[in-house]
Design a protein around this ligand. Structure first.
Ligand SMILES: Cc1cc2nc3c(=O)[nH]c(=O)nc-3n(C[C@H](O)[C@H](O)[C@H](O)COP(=O)(O)O)c2cc1C
Length: 172
């Protein structure tokens, strides 16, 4: 595995018709990725297959977002999320992800599937602000209470706007 780079200010922009696709097992280990995933992540297919999906995690992403996502998936529901990812060279790329459980014949989750599209600039700008607030809250709360604190902040923002998480995300 190549050494993990420090994040840089270089942004990679998705094209209108790009789909970045990956599948994981139940533990979040990558079992499939498409050509565009490989291109944006900057890793080789060999490095990606079997790796934990946090291989593209960006430090600007609040932990609470992933806790929320895993909780939704655990209820066998799909989850939409704006995610800032980090490529192997430290550059970043924003995506709008739709993550769904893949169900077996008995309707039990056997893995997860994520399809990512190019987000609008307005959505990226809004979510950068929300995630910055959530991250500040996580730092204030400390590691043990980070997710609870940032998710409480997110719930507060949604209540202020009198909307739900999914409605808000899909309205951006
Ligand atoms: C199908 C699927 C796709 C995922 N895609 C991403 C992704 O693009 N970027 C990311 O940072 N985490 C993604 N995750 C979440 C990671 O598994 C992990 O929870 C997250 O990166 C936080 O990692 P950490 O708790 O080790 O910091 C995905 C998870 C699943 C199940």
């Amino acid at each position: 595995m190549k050494n993990k780079q420090a994040p840089t200010q270089v942004e990679r922009l998705m094209r209108e018709d790009d789909f970045i696709i990956s599948k994981t097992d139940l533990k979040g280990r990558i079992t499939y990725c498409n050509r565009i995933f490989i291109e944006f992540s900057g890793y080789t297919e060999h490095e990606l297959l079997g790796a934990q999906h946090n291989i593209v995690r960006h430090p600007d992403m609040p932990r609470g977002v992933f806790k929320f996502m895993w909780d939704v998936l655990g209820q066998q529901k799909e989850c939409f999320a704006y995610v800032k990812n980090m490529a192997q060279d430290g550059s970043f790329y924003w995506v709008l992800a739709n993550v769904t459980p893949s169900l077996d014949a008995q309707n039990k989750a056997e893995g997860y599937f994520s399809v990512r599209r190019k987000p609008s600039r307005g959505a990226v700008s809004t979510m950068s602000d929300v995630y910055r607030l959530m991250l500040d809250e996580e730092r204030r709360a400390g590691p043990k209470d980070a997710c609870a604190a940032s998710l409480a902040l997110m719930t507060g923002l949604l209540n202020q706007k009198e909307t739900s998480y999914e409605k808000f995300i899909l309205s951006l």
